[in-house]
Design a protein around this ligand. Sequence first.
Ligand code: ARG
Length: 458
Amino acid sequence: MPKMWAGRTSGKTEKIADDFNSSISFDSRMYRQDITGSMAHAAMLAKQGIITETEADELIDGLEGILKDLDEGTLEIDPAAEDIHMFVEEVLTERLGDVGKKLHTARSRNDQVALDVRLYLRDETVSFLSKLKQLISVITDKAETYKDVLMPGYTHLQRAQPIFFGHHLMAYAMMFLRDMDRLGDGLKRINVSPIGSCALAGTTYDTDRFFEAEKLGFPEVSLNSIDGVSDRDFCVELLSALALIMMHLSRFSEEIVLWSSWEFKFIELSDAYTTGSSIMPQKKNPDMAELVRGKTGRVYGDLMGLLTTLKGLPLAYNKDMQEDKESVFDACDTVHMCLDVFTGMLNELTALPENMRKAAQNGFINATDLADYLVGKGLPFRSAYKISGEIVAWCIKNGKVLETMTLEEYKSFSELFDEAVFEAVDLNNCVNLRSSFGGTGLASVEYQIKTVREKINA
Ligand code: ARG
């Protein structure tokens, strides 16, 4: 078939060039957005008297028909088409004849593709927001269930201070809340209509860009036509928000991998989200968590790829920009899968409180509390810290922990010790006394759960 743009050239191209140039294999997923945009465009052209109302009706009916046929699978995407925009226009013209050729008045594929991608990513963002909300709600439910389950908190992956598992889980709720915030913020910049920028300079036709934007639900219209067709910041912003989501999922996944190991055994993953080994019969592998962690690199790659594609581009449109879509789509697809799988896996995860408590009892994670106790007796913190450190060293040598020392043994380190020391090093007390705002104390964990629930339901 001769190219729609044949004229200046013969339009006869090598197959290898066509294949190289074509984006239909990945942009056909935007057919709905493309057709919706075209309907709004036809309506605008008629309202402005650029085409007649009858012509607009014909175009809109024709577009509706194509949409329906694509939805139902009675019309197949032609893999030989250059891109989704050309494909829709070609089918429309085949079906309507000359009227079909009027659709592309006062627009260009440059503003058309920018519009389609914005419409597509707007829907994607809304879907990510609802998936994050779902994930956060699973996290808060788990946090509620395990709000007073004692475990060691870590720094340097060394047992540090006692915390409640609910508190640890809620840390992740905060990250995903910020991710929601970021996506919502990015949505403001996705939600700007580029259509009517045309090839790069605007148009001589008396168009109404605001009417078209309003029809498509855009609260804003791009102020500069060159920027309108050249801007892909909104893609980069979405990718970077997605990269952060993956980073958070990946850190969480790493902990799940660790916690489900025999060395920790803090949690049990549901069979439904684990795999076995083809050779080792004892294995129950946390593949889902590992894959989420692994796919993080892939989304980072999408972000870096797009940034690199854009960095040297002169204004306005360049064909390089066709490369935006595969990065963005790949990242979107990956994050969708990861959020779905991770949320399902987390929902079915069970904690093993006894193991957590046991680990908490064996790492001297109440040593800070011992020092604080001595501070309460009037010692400066540094001196208290030193004595507590010596006690820990003595315990390690003598196979004891702070809870199993006798008062006499305590007194051999300082005369300041009395019976109350046993309360001070009691792990439950240690956690609950951390009642500072945002701390691990039970009231604080409950407050976090309540506040986060309010936020996601707002
Ligand atoms: N397939 C192209 C893309 O994705 C559409 C825009 C083509 N514009 C052009 N001037 N060749 O970027």
